[in-house]
Design a binder for this molecule. Sequence first.
Ligand SMILES: Nc1nc2c(c(=O)[nH]1)N[C@H]1C(S)=C(S)[C@@H](COP(=O)(O)OP(=O)(O)OC[C@H]3O[C@@H](n4cnc5c(=O)[nH]c(N)nc54)[C@H](O)[C@@H]3O)O[C@H]1N2
Ligand SMILES: Nc1nc2c(c(=O)[nH]1)N[C@H]1C(S)=C(S)[C@@H](COP(=O)(O)OP(=O)(O)OC[C@H]3O[C@@H](n4cnc5c(=O)[nH]c(N)nc54)[C@H](O)[C@@H]3O)O[C@H]1N2
Ligand code: SF4
Ligand SMILES: [Mo]
Length: 694
Amino acid sequence: MTTQQVFSVCGMCTVRCPIMAEVKNDNVQLLQGNPHVPAMKGTICPKGAAGIALLHDHERIQGPMIREGKRGEGKWRQVSWDEALEETAARLKAVMDKHGARSVAFSDRSGPFKDLHQAFVRGLGSPNYTNHDSSCARNVHHACISVTGAGREELVYDYKNARHVVFQTRNIFEAINVQEVTNLTAAMDAGCKITVIDIRATISATKADRFLLVRPGSDYALNLAVIHELLFKKLYDAEYAARWINDLGQLEEFVRPYSPEWAEGETGVPAGEIRRFVQEIAAARPAVIWHPGWMTARYTDSFYVSRTAYIINALLGSIGARGGLMFTKKPGDVGRKGLNKLADLFPKPTEKRADGVGWLYKHFDAGPGLAHLVYKAMETGEPYPVKAYIAYRHDPLMGFPDPDRLRQIFDHLDLLVSVSFTWSDTAWYSDIVLPLSTYLERESIMACKNGLRPYFFVRRRAVQPRFDTRADWEIICGLARRLGIGELAFSSIEDIWNYQLEGTGVRPEDFNATGFVNLAQPVEDPPFTEPRFKTPSGKIDIISERLEKQGIPSLKPYTAPKRPPKGQFRLTFGRCAVHTQGHTVNNPMLSELMSENVLWINDRAAAELQITDGERVTVSRDGYSETIRAKVTPLIHPEAVFVVHGFGHRLPVESRAYGKGLADNCFMQGGLEIWDQAGGSIAMQEHFVTVSKC
Ligand SMILES: Nc1nc2c(c(=O)[nH]1)N[C@H]1C(S)=C(S)[C@@H](COP(=O)(O)OP(=O)(O)OC[C@H]3O[C@@H](n4cnc5c(=O)[nH]c(N)nc54)[C@H](O)[C@@H]3O)O[C@H]1N2
Ligand SMILES: Nc1nc2c(c(=O)[nH]1)N[C@H]1C(S)=C(S)[C@@H](COP(=O)(O)OP(=O)(O)OC[C@H]3O[C@@H](n4cnc5c(=O)[nH]c(N)nc54)[C@H](O)[C@@H]3O)O[C@H]1N2
Ligand code: SF4
Ligand SMILES: [Mo]
């Protein structure tokens, strides 16, 4: 048999890069970046390459499971798909009959294929679709709305044409997005400067022209000083500001006390260094990107760090500029019809959301709401009972703080269902587990990527499932059929594609050649895109009506982060290049590359505790402890310790990951209640631990 080239979408992390699989005899022989996408250049990251190991991994879920023993006990009965879907539908129905459709909550990992999930939740009649984002980027999204009126994904970073990029709380060379990295490295070759602001020297810091080591949690002070310097030294783009920014006088008055000298005391960055840095970014404007952060569910003021990052971009004139943050185009903006939405098969839910978003918390984007507040409703029964929960491609017991507490909350549910392609803590605690085929064994619905040049794309099935697993559409449509949601009971993926594409002028076979269909001509040299601020005034309102109405200050005075009590450290975390969140540490290939995490600890702090590099240490908090190897280094701030997130697995079904490394989420007791009231995200770095020799 000849080798086939199947165009697909990587599913090893949230980035979802376009890929090409070479397939022979129903076997994936090679995975690479889609060669037709210029910024991929055939490249794939190490996690992407490990997709083949995932495909053959016998330790993933091999068939539908119904719980036999107590929750979390691990006693399962493997059943047929028919039985699993019948049972799920019957138990969902029982909950809805008793408590109404609104008592069903559903969370996923957001992204381009979410329309199918949203349609299902609407079809049930529940307003409670949510996602992981209050543990990831909600603060950035809300900050972007507060400044520009547009959501975070309505702006793209034009790395390729940038002259200076500032990464604050963003480790782009380890927390990878392949196309962004390729574009950035091309810009660096052409002379683009990089500044990294972090609490430790990452790989990104080693590639930067300037590295600012800040005190953990003090970024807001630094940003206020940068605004101070831009305004008082008149280094900002006055023409842009006059045209596009309201309330500049109020901003100037507000930042008056926040000088670089003041910020030095808070952040540890010398005032002179701040001044030179500001001069440099001002000289490069408007082709500057001050990255507003991605994983910013960290502090109770992270929203304001992101918000000031957007304000700095505005002062540099970079919002809308080539080499800055450009507005994306939707199909309608280039004279094309977008995909027909599956969610539009159903009326919008009129019921209030259980998390209060949209009615109690009016400053938040209603969209997916905030998962941690949905969990709260599960416990309190307020504003109404939430009794069934489907965690779909989502592992909240690993990705939200305080898993013991979250398990107690889940104990209030009549039904917990997990849909996943690997075992996870949440799947293990569920009543029913529906195993999803890996991304190489399943096709997706059609999706649209807005950008400088919008396009439609699709994931094609590369090989048939190795185990008794199913594709998303097979699971969702199978449930819809059994629940009497006829509109969504499609019997083939082609029927779904045809519905989505109807009237767009694009046919399913148009994806055969490259895996995607461009909706506009190439944009080789993007010009300044006239900003389309969706604020009440059509400009950037520094004083945001939406925030003020909710009693939230647009300009919040700085409060210093808590200092760790003597002998303690702030627990910080992040990503590494070879793992994705919590679900690749048992991957046969990636576990070999990195089987456990280590505790970064400052060399002087370690010396005081007589801890040496490589030694096992005990990390404790409130009577809870785990052990881990120490990485003693001068390259981290002395107030912090750092681990890569996702380790410390305790499931017996994961032999390669079992007992290896430390689980940061287990040291965040009480963490479900600590969140940024202005931005909506959980604040996961507001926890302190002690470290001692074993
Ligand atoms: N303590 C702490 N908590 C964190 C973080 C942290 O650094 N520290 N990081 C936060 C961040 S940034 C995020 S985004 C969330 C992530 O939180 P999650 O989204 O829960 O994390 P994942 O490990 O990606 O979990 C996805 C689950 O879906 C399953 N799955 C099913 N199908 C697919 C698929 O097609 N692709 C993928 N990739 N998975 C699939 C995986 O097997 C896995 O069990 O966690 C957040 N929580
Ligand atoms: N390889 C890989 N790539 C990924 C993922 C993955 O799991 N693995 N996940 C994807 C996802 S879901 C996300 S959200 C993104 C996340 O992308 P990033 O947000 O860039 O990744 P992180 O490593 O979580 O955090 C970035 C940096 O913030 C630093 N930091 C911590 N506290 C502070 C602070 O107080 N101030 C400052 N200035 N810096 C601080 C950390 O040291 C870390 O280096 O990555 C995506 N890409
Ligand atoms: S960054 Fe890597 S793992 Fe993530 S989608 Fe792209 S290739 Fe896959
Ligand atoms: Mo994330």
